[in-house]
Design a protein around this ligand. Structure first.
Ligand code: NAD
Length: 478
């Protein structure tokens, strides 16, 4: 079995131990061993990134654009291999995994162009004969901490803008899915980035992630993961006044209005709640249904759920892959037990099932008769589990949708333009979907939430500059 090192200053570095990366569709399939390095190796990576920073930040934007474009091209020619690796380590279906890999390539291509668009402004001063130049400059060494559910797309959407705008990078991926991040580092190495510009440090979150948050050599920390860990990262980073950006959990509502096209509504609900095994921060985990369409919606959703095939992620006929690991499966099952014990709730599906290979298979679960205040409707499960909450009318639906500490994304299915417009204004979330699943976003526009889902500037698109660059105002008397 191959062991994989961390990538520091252009070299592959072994750890003090190696952690097996196991396929959740077949626990007999071990993808490889991945290094666990210590804080000393992180120090080396930060040191390498600091030394590489002055030259990299002063490279021609064309040089950076060319390197990012080369990464995009390399990812794209390797979609099959990278997609299979991703499906094996995370458990999303091969179709979803190929889509994610393609997305990673699109992100590098978009930010390749962005390297050439570092905008500035020039204004006349209020003083005679003086001009003011407002520049954008890199923030410095960026620490990147990523979750397991998008093993290549999230490392890409943080690394690509960081590199495009002239920063150097220390990336720590989630241990469950180090393979895709390692493959990305191999590509970055192959296309010829200068040593130290991009560093991959693999290891335990509580050790390496925590050390990134508090490291004095890291100027900015961008984190995606749970709200609980995000708070710790923010406390450690802000204590030393480092710039910080957090993307965290969600409990995303999808309203089905009384005038919805139910074909669209059922598809949005099923895709948003259950595809990618419900393991998306943007999953529709609260389905808020107006009374007049509730029973028909439930009946049709259950019928559609019965057509979904749960199985091995590499089986082309499968719709929903396994849960990522035993720990997440235990969490899902615990929430389902709570729902079953909640008076008024009926859980449809949510059964542990066996397949040909040993894996963490769970059928999707619809909790009918749920209330917004139920524990399962309040807390992020992060599995194929959705609560159905019946409401009397549209206004109650909006109130229930907003009644959560989270604020990532929301959706509405309606044929009324007035409701679609109204809901865009009243939804207290960073993103709103109309007649679309809550999950599924574009790479060239801002991504991010509100309340306890996000903190700091939004990601992606040209707005990524807000985090990955800092301003400078220069007064010049020629
Ligand atoms: P997690 O918070 O457990 O881990 C995220 C990352 O933080 C991992 O790399 C982990 O190793 C690291 N980490 C763990 N302990 C740490 C510590 N003390 N200090 C610093 N870093 C530490 O999250 P997860 O289980 O990997 O991912 C699932 C979560 O991610 C869900 O809550 C989901 O909603 C969220 N998520 C959010 C978005 C978004 O954009 N809003 C996208 C994807 C996932």
């Amino acid at each position: 079995m191959r062991t994989h090192g961390s990538y520091i200053k252009g070299f592959w570095v072994e750890g003090y131990e190696s952690r097996d990366n196991v396929n959740p569709s077949d626990t007999n399939d071990v993808i490889g061993g991945f290094a666990r390095v210590d804080v000393g190796a992180l120090d080396d990576a930060v040191d390498a990134a600091r030394h590489a920073l002055p030259a990299w930040s002063m490279t021609s934007p064309q040089t950076r654009a060319n390197l990012l474009e080369a990464v995009a091209a390399e990812i794209l020619v390797d979609v099959e291999r990278l997609g299979e690796l991703l499906a094996r380590e995370e458990g999303k279906t091969l179709r979803e995994a190929r889509g994610e890999v393609t997305r990673a390539s699109q992100i590098f291509r978009f930010f390749s162009g962005e390297a050439l668009r570092m905008r500035g402004e020039r204004q006349p001063s209020t003083r005679e004969g003086v001009f003011v130049n407002i520049h954008r400059e890199p923030v410095g060494v960026v620490g990147i901490i990523t979750p397991w559910n998008f093993p290549i797309a999230i490392p890409a959407w943080k690394s690509a803008p960081a590199l495009a705008y002239g920063n150097t990078v220390v990336l720590k991926p989630a241990e469950l899915v180090s393979g895709s991040a390692h493959a990305l580092a191999e590509i970055i190495d192959r296309v010829g980035f200068p040593p130290g510009v991009f560093n991959l440090v693999t290891g335990a979150g509580a050790v390496i992630g925590d050390a990134i948050s508090s490291h004095p050599g890291i100027d900015a920390v961008t984190f995606t993961g749970s709200s609980e860990v995000g708070r710790k990262v923010a406390m450690a980073a802000t204590a030393r006044l480092a710039k910080v950006q957090l993307e965290m959990g969600g409990k995303n509502p999808l309203i089905i209005a009384s005038d919805a096209d139910l074909d669209i509504a059922v598809e949005c609900a099923v895709q948003g709640a259950f595809f990618s095994t419900g393991q998306r921060c943007t999953a529709s985990s609260r389905l808020i249904i107006e009374d007049s369409v509730h029973d028909e919606f439930v009946e049709r959703t259950l019928a559609r759920m019965a057509t979904l095939k749960v199985g091995h992620a590499l089986d082309a006929t499968v719709d929903i892959g396994p849960v990522v690991d035993q720990r997440q499966l235990d969490t899902d099952l615990r929430y389902l037990e709570i729902a079953r014990a909640t008076p008024g709730s009926t859980v449809h599906g949510g059964h542990r099932v066996d397949r040909e290979h040993p894996g963490f298979y769970l059928t999707p679960a619809l909790i009918v008769g749920a209330l917004n205040g139920d524990q399962v409707s309040c807390e992020e499960v992060f599995g194929p589990v959705a609560s159905v909450i019946k409401v009397a009318n549209y206004d109650e639906a909006v109130a229930v949708a907003n009644d959560t500490p989270f604020g990532l994304v929301s959706g509405i299915c309606t044929t009324s333009l007035a409701k679609a417009e109204d809901y865009q204004r009243r939804s207290d979330t960073g993103m709103v979907m109309v007649n679309l699943p809550t999950a599924g976003v574009d790479p060239h526009v801002p991504f991010g939430g509100r309340k306890s889902s996000s903190y700091g500037p939004h990601e992606q698109g040209t707005h990524a500059q807000d985090f990955f660059t800092q301003g400078k105002t220069a007064y010049v008397r020629p």
